[in-house]
Write a protein that binds this ligand. Structure first.
Ligand code: BES
Ligand code: MN
Ligand code: MN
Length: 464
């Protein structure tokens, strides 16, 4: 009998090499010039599912990038797990900050990863994590140990708002019917302390444009007499937080579900060192909303952040100019029960209301999404916890994350099922940043833990 542990040991070099091949394709969804690479990646994942023994695999056409769909039904009386992941990645820039090229994966040892980590864009988010599912499935098929039905749905637009997946899910409820959704696209506390993500924040993303005079002006001839849109924009942005770092948009907090004292006490039990946190980021202090801890600030509280700001002259040397326009991209991370459309509307109304008459303001909404929380007494959660306990030797801690996977709330609405977020990444993986990496330990541990989830879930499903 081959256990998953020995299967992983015997095949790990092949697993790693296969992942490396996948990471070589630059599947950047934000930039249309990578269209062919997205298609190539989708094909490669489809083939990997087929090779693993998945009975039915296909690329589903959408208005955007194709969705890789796989299905392996063994018995309609058994539960069905739907595995979701995304094969698109964030742009790699700024390229000059990478120690090795983003699409030439290399394995390097780090302090946290003595076994080595794979450095490449998408290694942790999400190719490395989704590929664990393909390999865990391969084991269950090859060793005839698949205990239930499984469906795979791997999309190529997560990093740009999942609009094609929205379109696809709404049209394919029957096809996608399942008992539980399983996703590895989040992180855990550390390699010694696993955690299960029980919440994701929602998102409202806007772009603002402030226009002053109809053209760029000489800052001597006109300076002081007309509004400088950059001065105005920065002043408006600064006013969006008060001295306690509360957001000043009227009614912004109206629907925020406040965590109870007990919940907050429970959260505070998770191991966390503010010192280590500060050291890892090379900062002398943290900064955030008064009255909340660091972990609360980045999970149960909503935020407003400027992601980018531009305008005027930024080239070499000095140019004396009052620009005609200034721009910023602003994201608001939301928590239950804030509604992204409502928040976008509140932002827009407020932002226009604080602008002086001397400028015009345009607000454009980008993609958004609802926040998500999942209970810790569902059989999905309990099965995941048992699986982690077995492979890590300690129980997993429930933890709400600050990140967003907007499609998870849509799954609940359209497919009526709960999602279990079994992520194996670490905060230090540098996802979306230069030098993104994924620990070999994490990759292999994930492959080991996933089949256990299948077993425990199926067992608990039958007994419920
Ligand atoms: N996998 C991340 C989300 C994530 C990472 C959640 C770590 C929790 C822990 C996902 O790919 C992502 O980057 N989501 C975006 C939202 C999307 C709409 C662009 C995000 O959170 O910024
Ligand atoms: Mn992701
Ligand atoms: Mn991401």
């Amino acid at each position: 009998m081959t256990t998953i542990k020995s299967y992983v040991q015997d095949n790990k070099d092949r697993f790693i090499n296969e992942l490396i091949e996948l990471l070589k394709i630059p599947s950047v969804s934000a930039d249309p010039k990578y269209k062919d690479d997205l298609l190539k990646t989708a094909e490669a994942i489809k083939d990997s599912l087929k090779d693993a023994g998945c009975k039915k695999v296909e690329l589903c056409e959408t208005p955007g990038n194709p969705i890789v769909y796989g299905e392996h039904i063994i018995d309609n009386d058994l539960p069905t797990i739907l595995v979701y992941g995304h094969y698109d990645v964030q742009p790699a820039d700024p390229l000059e900050l990478w120690d090795s090229p983003p699409y030439k994966p290399v394995i390097k040892k780090t302090e946290i990863h003595p076994e080595g980590a794979i450095f490449a864009r998408g290694s942790s988010d999400d190719k490395g994590q989704l590929y664990m599912h393909v390999k865990a499935f391969e084991y269950m098929i090859k060793e005839k140990k698949l205990p239930c039905n499984v469906k795979f749905m791997i999309e190529g637009e997560e990093e740009v708002g999942s609009s094609s997946l929205n379109w696809f899910v709404k049209r394919n409820q029957q096809k996608l019917s399942n008992d539980v959704i399983l996703i590895s696209d989040t992180g855990m506390i550390s390699n010694k302390q696993p955690s299960i993500t029980t919440g994701l924040r929602g998102l409202s993303y806007v772009e603002v444009e402030v226009t002053g005079p109809n053209r760029d002006l000489h800052s001597g001839l006109y300076g002081g007499a007309v509004a400088n849109p950059i001065n105005i924009l920065t002043k408006m942005i600064a006013s969006l937080h008060d001295e306690n770092n509360h957001i000043t948009i009227p009614d912004f907090y109206n629907k925020v579900l406040e965590a109870s004292t007990e919940e907050r006490a429970e959260m505070a039990k998770a191991p966390f060192s503010l010192d280590t946190y500060k050291k890892a980021l090379n900062i002398d202090d943290v900064y955030g909303e008064k009255g909340f801890t660091t972990n609360e600030r980045n999970s149960i509280r909503p935020t407003l952040d400027v992601n980018g700001i531009w305008g005027g002259y930024t080239g070499e040397g000095a140019k004396t100019v009052i620009p005609s326009k200034a721009f910023a991209k602003i994201s608001m991370r939301l928590v239950p029960d804030q509604n992204p459309d409502e928040i976008t509307e509140l932002f827009s109304k407020h932002f226009k209301s604080i602008a002086p008459k001397a400028v015009k303001v345009k607000v454009t909404a980008h993609h958004g999404g609802d926040a998500y929380v999942t209970p810790i007494d569902s059989i999905g959660y309990l099965a995941a916890n048992k699986a982690y306990t077995e492979t890590f030797g300690v129980e997993a801690i429930p933890q709400r994350s600050g990140g967003s996977i907007p499609i998870v709330a849509l799954f609940e609405k359209e497919l009526k099922s709960k999602t279990i977020l079994m992520g194996f990444g670490l905060n230090s993986d540098a996802i979306h940043s230069p030098n993104e990496h994924y620990g070999i330990f994490n990759f292999l541990k994930g492959i080991e833990t996933i089949p256990l989830f299948y077993n425990y879930y199926t067992e608990m499903f039958k007994n419920q």
